[in-house]
Design a protein around this ligand. Structure first.
Ligand code: NAP
Ligand code: ZN
Length: 356
């Protein structure tokens, strides 16, 4: 097969998850492809799960990364929505079948054939492995979103996954209405953006955390109204039955029965975190109150564009620590230790060659 642009990325070769430089070729652009020079890429906890094979699906070498912001450097003849120079984003996936019920309804993220941006296999393009962190990416225009003017690009990169992952279920489950009470479990990359969206929707937002050290920032900088320590039974008891909905972003096993107790009758808890060990869901925790437990997976391309427009209007960006590529292994160790406020973002263009 003919080869496209040379790409400079970083890959993990085994379950140690250690990343090191990795050179490969992007595909030759097809008629509806956009070539993007990558400027920034966020580090999501999903990247950590995948490179350490927590979910048993790593296909080494893995080039993680799916929170990409960049600038279009070239478009093929069939591209109608973008031109060179546009500032764009690419999120968790770069393909789907485009013919199933989910794709037909604009829910590409629930297509059985969805192609993740990293650690996937792109059957529509010769079965090539998909790869994230690198200086150039080639993507079908259908899976590219426009970054509204005025947003800081480093702070926008995490919105491409963390942002849409919380925004999409908030919209779908009515957790976007002024006056409603939202609980956000886990104040990490996803959680801190959920707090910002909740406040922008005019909600009362309570953070439920294991980290007392995050209380002041949550309230003073992120705008949360209240902060509960999930391991403090007294604090949890005082908040029983007060929340309309909860978004649970926790990356590790944790008890969910005490969280369900925080919901009002008929309230819903949306689980977006991906602990590798099964959570426990006793019937008494949700049946008597008619409560719902529902999952949610990133968001559609349409959700992602709408989320960016909303972020642009309300000046919402992630709280980020911008790093160079050669700091990535330390960043991942710190992410594993819950030592990040609140997202690492790699300055890709400032670290790697600019093949695009
Ligand atoms: P993150 O930045 O590491 O945040 C996770 C937060 O969970 C931590 O900040 C911590 O918050 C809390 N936490 C960690 N270990 C815990 C434990 N043992 N018990 C209780 N709380 C704990 O991760 P992220 O990038 O936001 O991602 C969170 C999860 O969502 C990951 O599993 C990721 O794979 C998943 N994810 C899912 C989707 C989707 O589409 N469904 C998309 C992206 C990510 P506190 O310090 O406040 O307790
Ligand atoms: Zn992610």
């Amino acid at each position: 097969m003919a080869e496209g642009k040379e790409a400079h990325g970083w890959a993990a070769r085994d379950v140690s998850g250690h990343l090191s430089p990795y050179h490969f070729s992007r595909r030759v652009p097809k008629d509806d492809d956009v070539t993007i020079k990558v400027l920034y890429c966020g580090i999501c906890h999903t990247d950590l799960h995948i490179i350490k094979n927590d979910w048993g699906n790593a296909m080494y070498p893995v080039v993680p990364g799916h929170e990409i912001v960049g600038v279009v450097t070239g478009v093929s003849g069939g591209v109608t929505r973008f031109k060179a120079g546009d500032t764009v984003g690419v999120g968790y996936f770069v393909g789907s079948c485009r013919s199933c019920d989910s794709c037909g309804k604009g829910n590409e993220n629930y297509c059985a054939g969805v192609v993740p941006t990293s650690n996937g296999v792109d059957h529509a393009h010769g079965g090539v492995p998909t790869r994230g962190f690198s200086d150039v990416i080639v993507v079908n225009e259908h899976y590219v979103v426009r970054v509204p003017d005025g947003l800081a690009l480093d702070r926008t990169a995490p919105l491409l996954c963390a942002g849409v992952t919380v925004y999409s279920p908030m919209m779908r489950h009515g957790l976007n209405e002024p006056g409603k009470h939202l609980g956000v479990v886990g104040l990490g990359g996803l959680g801190h953006v959920a707090v910002k969206f909740g406040k922008a929707f005019g909600m009362k937002v309570t953070v439920i955390s294991t980290s007392a050290s995050k209380r002041q920032e949550a309230i003073e900088n992120l705008g949360a109204d209240e902060f509960l320590i999930s391991r403090d039974p007294e604090q949890m008891k005082a908040a029983t039955g007060t929340m309309d909905g909860i978004i649970d972003t926790v990356s590790a096993w944790h008890p969910i029965t005490p969280l369900l107790a925080l919901l009002k009758p008929l309230g819903e808890m949306v689980i977006v975190g991906g602990p590798s060990k099964p959570l426990e869901l006793p019937a008494y925790a949700f049946v008597p109150g008619g409560k719902g437990v529902v999952g949610s997976n990133v968001g559609s391309v349409g959700d992602c564009q709408a989320m960016l427009e909303f972020a642009g209007k309300h000046g919402i960006g992630a709280e980020v620590e911008v790093i160079k590529m050669d700091y990535v292994n330390t960043a991942i160790e710190r992410l594993e230790k819950n030592d990040v406020r609140y997202r690492f973002v790699i300055d890709v263009a400032g670290s790697l060659g600019s093949a695009a």
